[in-house]
Write a protein of this length. Sequence first.
Length: 256
Amino acid sequence: MTDTDTTTAGADWHAWQESWDRQQEWYMPDREERFRVMLDMVEALVGTSPRVLDLACGTGSITARLLARFPDATSTGVDLDPALLAIAEGTFAGDGRVTLVTADLKDPDWAAALPYDSYDAVLTATALHWLYQEPLADLYGHIAGLVRDGGVFMNADHMIDETTPRINAAERALRHARQDQAKRDGALDWTEWWQLAAKDPVLAGPTARRFEIYGEHADGDMPSAAWHARVLREKGFAEARPVWCSPSDTLLLALK
């Protein structure tokens, strides 16, 4: 099922998945809505038994929702983070529909590690904003080569329109105020979640390796949805546009 070398026995993987989801929802209260729209568009464009590449899969949040909605789907999850992959490995252990692959998306040969040459859908969420524009454009070219004709790529992520600074500032202020209240109510942020993982007997080792690989979390450029759509068309997709958005985030769909 996986080429990760992490021992995953002895942990409550369901609890870690739940904890990761709650931490992510602290940043994105509408996270489930974007997943729903993403899977709606999978069904609309490639049907209910798709072969999916869960790109920068993390703990497998997309894969879990994909398989719950479409039991006949298959998923390849690819990531470099050993701690999040350990959670995914434990969560999907024994499920023949899921393959997990360790690969660095900045390596031009990363796709060689995948079990298939093409996919009906490549899906990713809140994972590519750490890439700057040039490497992200290169990655989009690789993705275009993996999506079959008629297949789709969807990226749900922070996409900031710099032409609306006052709107952006107002949204950011409200979002931060709500996050502060949630913190007072006991929500974990990114840093606190990783501190807990570092103390877990099973995840401590993978978490240490994770920070050796990535260092502290840093964001890339986070260009606008218009930039993403234009670059995806330049890289070989026939159509590309947002299919869902909030004031700060967009689900961008590209059709091959």
